[in-house]
Every structure is written in structure tokens, then in C-alpha cells.
Design a protein around this ligand. Structure first.
Ligand code: 8GP
Length: 728
């Protein structure tokens, strides 16, 4: 390829740069699914991904005047050569309409759903190629088209304008990804998106099964469906509907098969992210599904009563699939648990909290259902491809086995004490930093090019979606504290630092967007203060995405994983940093706990309250007590409040100051001093470059657990009962 392009005076690297990221997810949840597909193919597992082929993926983020501006992501503008439209596999999807019940020949009532309108799902297949084997799996994404019969009918009515309009409405279903991460939005179009792709996927799965089977007896042995959070949970009801209405199956048998087929993965404890659809919406768009859900609920509540005959109605109210109230709602997480034979969280701590808090009642009823599957990331993308220098160095020393068996990285442990290998590691890290800076400077001539980065400083990096629980604001406050130290005493010793942020805020999340503005305003002041020089730099990378992440992880020294304990389900960026030889500063949250266990306490910068401490503190928490006690903290908040960073509008950051002082839900004030003190330990450690390199190498060496190959093997063994099917 390289040769052919050279003959045409083109560079492969330049060509690869042209390709747009398929940004078909929001953050960690979607990216995890992509890593899983890579691992499934590499492990030769017969598996398929199902989803929506959004015409517009996650918005493109621009930063203007320090603020986030959203632009449409036209990723299909120049076509997409990696997909194949399978027009012959199109599926019709109905909405609305009426249900009739008629007795069948045995006198049993069979429901007949006649939808009031239909759209067509057309699958687009992207091949997913295994590493070093002959497996090619499929990612099947569905696009919504108006149905041809529909076209004919409305166009013949003579109202051309209306017909075109309705066609556009049908096709709007797969138009755009909802850009919310961790927040629930009860929009009709979103419910339609969910049903649309679940209907298509279930149709596809059943059809494929029936190619080789006559009865459904073996369905759960041949098919496993994993629900990636609650967004596809309607698939449970759709499979029930297909069994009951299309195949005349009896309820108990249908339910038994469904139950043995589905597994459910929970990805967050934040209650604002838990999906609850208004019953009225189901009545309008999915009336048959609503009646099936009511029956599932009726039978389920009978079980609850039998198990706890003497409990008052409280438990039933908590566990019911239907939340009573002014507006009745269907609780999709409850439905997922009732329907699935296994329920898992995504890191040990998270799974424990799912079991003992979020879904406590259900875990009491069905303890055997609840398990953990700690997340992982694919080392092919996140080390081999993104960090070729380090990958080569590793392969030179221990051979290429690590690429498909990441546990082999532990062979690097002795090399942490090898002075030559440490020198090599440091050289590679520096080269990666230089390459990152070059890229940023050429991509952002008006932004990064003006910063004058110092590649010998600590590259201190926080890249993830903007969310209050992830506490980008805490990092920003640390920067202000360092700045005030320098201003108090310009000669103060300060280990040079470059703080890099990246991440998108949901367009409707005003507070998160204000945090972006504050970070950029802080950067403006600090980067242009001659007294600071190159000892402290701050940069917010616009439009953080996978292709940018691939350049950032290899160039990082310090990984910021500073969420309020108990809030980050797992994190996967934390694993990518570790694999690329960055050290973590973090709380005991999500997979940080397990990363620390692997690398050892002495190779991890721990600070902050633990999840149980957070829970205890909550009831009595008053941020003012912490502010009074800490001069640093008070100084930081006063400076923000003074309008120092927003001279054009002095009260711009009042919402942030008010939150910190009155409504500090994520306990920034409580953790601030510990965080700053821990950062001082980081800075001190960085000064001893030999010891630092040693720690970094040990982090890489002990990242084997966090391969998504390990995670997928666990899902395969313990939930899906699936074994590899090698092509040869
Ligand atoms: C994310 C978690 O926040 C993150 O810790 C974890 O690593 C990742 O999932 C993969 O498991 N969760 C979500 O993105 C999420 O729950 N989104 C809400 C819309 C459900």
C-alpha cells in the first residue's frame, strides 16, 4: 500500500488522516463495545454487534472564545468504503396501531398487532477482522428508510408535499445520535430508535436461528444476547412478541427461552441515567409491547409477594416494572433484571454497589443472577497501533506474544530495573510527547501553536466526557492553586507541568459547558503570564475523539482518574493510560481499585474519600467547613468568584462558586486538600526520573488484566457459554 501510494507521490499517513472517526457513540460505553468486537474476532468467537447507523454521529466540538460550539458530524459526507449495504436483508418495523385478540384453533387467544405506520430497516455490515487469525465477524448497523408501499400509497393520494415530508419523518429515525452521556432523555424519537434497531436485530437473530433449526428448543443454547445497558432492553419484549404472536408459543415456554437467552450489563449507578419511559408513550407507539410488559410485571409481582408474603406494599412498589405517580413510567432497568439470567457491573466495586444498593431488592430475590465483569480495552488499538514505538520496544524484549495474550507483559517486570530499558522508555515517551505537540500545533494554528509547550514538563492529562462527577473542576482548581503559589512567590520551586484536558459536554448540560469555559479562561491567563513562563501550561484539546485519544495516551505522564468515589462505574481511559506507561492519580473508584491492586500501592497516587466514607459524610456534609479550614481552597474559590478569569463578566462563574459553597454534590471541597497534597507527591516523584521510569514500566508490565480479551473470555465462559469457532 505504502509503495503504491509513493509511486503516486502520496503518503499513507496523510491518506489515513483523511478518514473521519465513526463517532457512533458518546463515550466509554460505546468505545467498550468497539473493544469487545475486536476481542471477539481475535478470540474467534462467533459474535455480531447490532446497532444504529447514525447519519450524524457525536457532534463535532469547536472552541470559540473558550466556549463549546457544536457542529454536525457529517462523517458520511464522502462515503464510507468499509460498509456493505445488505438490501436483501431489510426488515419492516411497525409503530402505533391496534391490537385484536382472536382464538386460535385450540381456543387460545392470539394477539394480532396491526401497526398504523411502518418503516424499513436496512442493514449495513462492517467487517470486524480478528488479529492474526482468519475470523471476520460483522458489525451490523441499521438505517431507517421509508417503505416502498408507504411511498406508493401516500404519493398516489396526490399530496406530494405531505408525502415527501412523511418520508423524511420515517428516515429521521436513524438520523442522529443523542449526544447525552449519563443522562436520560424521554424523547419519542429516542424510543423509536431503540425499538427500531431491536426489532431489526431480533428479526435477524431469529431468522438466522431458523436457517438451521426447526423448533426453538435449542434457542438459548445457540443464541446469547447481551444487553449493553438499558437502551436495547425493549428487545426482550420484542422476542416475547415474536414467540407469542408470530410463532404461537405458550407464555411459559416463551419466557423460559427469553430468560435463558438474555444477559444485562449495567454501566452506571447515576440514577439520572436510568431509563424510564412514560407508559403513555408505549400506549401510542408500542401498544402490543406495553400489554406484554404488563403481563411480565403481573407474573413477576406475584413472585415478589410469594417470596415476601408479610412485607407491606413498599417492596412491591420499589420492584415493580411500572413506577406509579402523576405520570406512570416503565423502569427499563427493572425489566432488564427480571428478564435476564445474569446481571453484571463493569468493575468489582461497581458490581458490588449494583448488588447492595442500586438493585438490592432484586439481588435478595435472585442472588445467583448478580456477577462482575471488569472492563478491559483492546491492546491492538490502544498499544500496538497507537504507540508503535513502545510496542516495538516491548516486542524486541519479550516477543510478540503479548499482542494476543496481554498477561505476557509481566515479562517486563525485571526490565524495570534495567537502566538501558528505562532510558529507552524515557526516550520513547519524549518522542511521543514531541509528536503530539507537533500534531496539536499544526492542527490548531490559533490555539495550540500559541501555547509553547514544554515537552520536559509533566504531561498531566484528563480526557473524558465532561461531567460534574468526573470532577474536571477539581483539576482546574488544582491549577489555580499552583498558579497562586507562583504568584505569591515567583521563585517558588515548581516542577513544570502541562495540563491537557479534552472532552465533550452534552449540549444541554450548562454546568459542564461552563466548566469548559472556565478551563479555557484559566489557560488564557496562565499561558500568557510571563512570570509563569514554561513552568505551567494549560490546554483544552478541541473535539476529543478516538483518533485524538490515540495520540494523547502514548504522550501522557499522569492519568487523572479523580471521580467522586462510588460514581465512576469502571473507566477504561484509566487502563489505556496505564498500558502506555502513564502513572495514575486517582480515587478508589471503578477500575482504579483493581489497577492499584495490580500495580501495587507504591506505583499509584491515591487520594480522597472512599465510597463508604462518601456515603457516611453525605448526610452531614457542609463544604463551608472545609473552605474555612483550607487557605488554598479558600484562595481558589475567591479568585474564581472575584471575576479574575472572566474580566468581561465578573459574575460569569457564580453558578460554579454557588455549587462549590452550597451544593457541592460531588464533594470537591472535601477532597481538595488531599488532592493537592497528592499532586505535590507526584511532582516530587517526577524529579527522580529513574524512579519515575521504573514505576511507569511496572505499570505497563502489570496491565495484562485490563485486556478486553480477558473480559470477553469471562463473558464467554460464565454468561454466554460460547467457545471459539476458528475458521481453520
Ligand atoms: C460508562 C461508565 O461511566 C464508565 O465508567 C465505564 O467505563 C463505561 O460505561 C463502560 O462500561 N457508562 C456510561 O457511559 C453510561 O452509563 N451511560 C449512560 C447512558 C447509560
Amino acid at each position: 500500500m505504502r509503495q503504491v501510494l509513493e509511486d503516486m507521490s502520496l503518503e499513507l499517513a496523510d491518506l489515513l488522516e483523511q478518514e473521519k472517526d465513526p463517532g457512533l457513540g458518546n463515550g466509554g460505553l460505546g468505545r467498550l463495545a468497539a473493544c469487545f468486537l475486536d476481542s471477539l474476532a481475535t478470540l474467534a468467537m462467533p459474535a455480531m454487534g447490532q446497532g444504529i447507523r447514525y447519519e450524524f454521529g457525536i457532534f463535532h466540538q469547536e472552541i470559540r472564545d473558550g466556549r463549546q460550539i457544536e457542529q454536525p458530524d457529517e462523517w458520511l459526507q464522502f462515503g464510507n468504503p468499509w460498509e456493505i449495504a445488505r438490501i436483501e436483508d431489510a426488515v419492516t418495523v411497525g409503530f402505533g396501531g391496534t391490537i385484536e385478540e382472536r382464538p386460535d384453533k385450540n381456543g387460545r387467544l392470539i394477539a394480532r398487532w396491526t401497526p398504523s405506520h411502518q418503516v424499513v430497516g436496512v442493514p449495513y455490515d462492517t467487517p470486524i477482522v480478528g488479529y492474526g487469525n482468519d475470523t471476520v465477524n460483522t458489525l451490523r448497523l441499521w438505517r431507517a428508510r421509508a417503505s416502498e408501499e408507504f411511498d406508493l400509497a401516500v404519493f398516489n393520494d396526490g399530496d406530494y408535499r405531505k408525502a415527501v415530508e412523511e418520508k423524511a419523518i420515517s428516515e429521521s429515525i436513524s438520523k442522529v445520535l443523542y449526544p447525552n452521556d449519563h443522562s436520560y432523555e424521554g424523547k419519542v424519537l429516542r424510543l423509536k430508535q431503540q425499538y427500531f434497531f431491536c426489532r431489526c436485530a431480533i428479526h435477524d437473530i431469529v431468522l438466522r436461528y431458523l436457517r438451521n433449526n426447526v423448533t426453538f428448543d435449542e434457542f438459548p443454547d445457540k443464541v446469547a444476547i447481551q444487553l449493553n445497558d438499558t437502551h436495547p432492553v425493549i428487545a426482550v419484549v420484542e422476542l416475547m412478541r415474536v414467540f407469542l404472536d408470530d410463532h404461537g408459543m405458550a407464555w411459559d415456554r416463551a419466557w423460559d427461552i427469553v430468560h435463558r437467552t438474555f444477559g444485562y450489563t449495567n454501566h452506571t449507578l447515576l440514577t439520572e441515567a436510568l431509563e424510564r419511559w412514560p407508559v403513555s408513550m408505549f400506549e401510542t407507539f408500542l401498544p402490543r409491547h406495553l400489554s406484554i410488559m404488563y403481563e411480565i410485571n403481573r407474573r413477576f409481582l406475584r413472585q415478589v409477594i410469594m417470596r415476601w408474603p408479610n412485607d407491606n406494599a413498599d417492596r412491591q412498589r420499589r420492584m415493580s416494572l411500572i413506577e406509579e405517580g402523576k405520570e406512570k413510567q416503565v423502569r427499563m432497568a427493572n425489566l432488564a433484571v427480571v428478564a435476564s439470567h445474569k446481571v453484571n457491573g463493569v468493575a468489582a466495586l461497581h458490581s458490588e454497589l449494583v448488588r447492595t444498593e442500586l438493585l438490592k431488592d432484586f439481588a435478595e430475590l435472585w442472588p445467583e443472577r448478580f456477577t462482575n465483569k471488569t472492563n478491559g480495552v483492546t491492546p491492538r488499538r490502544w498499544l500496538l497501533q497507537s504507540n508503535p514505538r513502545l510496542a516495538r520496544a516491548i516486542t524486541d524484549r519479550i516477543g510478540p506474544g503479548w499482542i494476543t495474550d496481554l498477561a505476557q507483559l509481566d515479562k517486563l517486570v525485571p526490565l524495570a530495573d534495567d537502566i538501558e530499558f528505562r532510558a529507552l522508555f524515557r526516550r520513547i515517551k519524549r518522542e511521543n510527547k514531541v509528536a503530539l505537540v507537533r500534531h496539536l500545533e499544526s492542527t490548531f494554528p490559533l490555539g495550540a501553536a500559541k501555547v509553547r509547550f514544554n515537552v520536559d514538563s509533566i504531561f498531566d492529562v484528563q480526557i473524558k466526557r465532561l461531567h460534574e462527577y468526573k470532577r474536571q473542576l477539581l483539576k482546574a482548581m488544582h491549577i489555580i492553586a499552583l498558579y497562586q503559589r507562583l504568584k505569591r512567590d515567583p521563585q517558588a520551586p515548581l516542577v513544570p507541568r502541562t495540563v491537557i484536558f479534552g472532552g465533550k459536554a452534552a449540549p444541554g448540560y450548562a454546568m459542564a459547558k461552563l466548566h469548559i469555559k472556565l478551563i479555557n479562561d484559566i489557560a488564557e491567563v496562565i499561558n500568557n503570564d510571563p512570570e509563569v513562563g514554561d513552568r505551567l501550561k494549560v490546554y483544552f484539546v478541541p473535539n476529543y475523539r478516538v483518533s485524538m485519544a490515540e495520540r494523547l495516551f502514548p504522550a501522557s505522564d499522569l492519568s487523572e482518574q479523580i471521580s467522586t468515589a462510588g460514581k465512576e462505574a469502571s473507566g477504561t481511559g484509566n487502563m489505556k493510560f496505564q498500558m502506555n506507561g502513564a502513572l495514575t492519580i486517582g480515587t478508589l473508584d471503578g477500575a482504579n481499585v483493581e489497577i492499584r491492586e495490580e500495580v501495587g500501592d507504591e506505583n499509584f497516587f491515591l487520594f480522597g474519600l472512599t465510597a463508604p466514607e462518601v456515603a457516611t459524610l453525605r448526610s452531614s456534609y457542609n463544604p463551608l467547613e472545609y473552605i474555612e479550614r483550607s487557605e488554598d481552597l479558600k484562595g481558589v474559590i475567591d479568585l474564581i468568584a472575584s471575576g479574575f478569569f472572566s474580566p468581561e463578566q465578573h459574575d460569569l462563574y457564580k453558578p460554579i462558586v454557588d455549587t462549590l459553597t452550597k451544593n457541592d454534590t460531588y464533594l470537591l471541597c472535601a477532597d481538595f486538600d488531599a488532592y493537592v497534597a497528592c499532586q505535590d507527591r507526584v511532582a516530587k516523584a517526577y524529579l527522580d526520573e529513574e524512579a519515575w521510569a521504573r514505576m511507569c514500566i511496572l505499570n505497563v508490565a502489570r496491565s495484562g488484566k485490563f485486556s478486553s480479551d480477558r473480559t470477553i473470555q469471562e463473558y464467554a465462559d460464565e454468561i454466554w457459554k460460547v467457545v471459539p469457532v476458528p475458521v481453520r
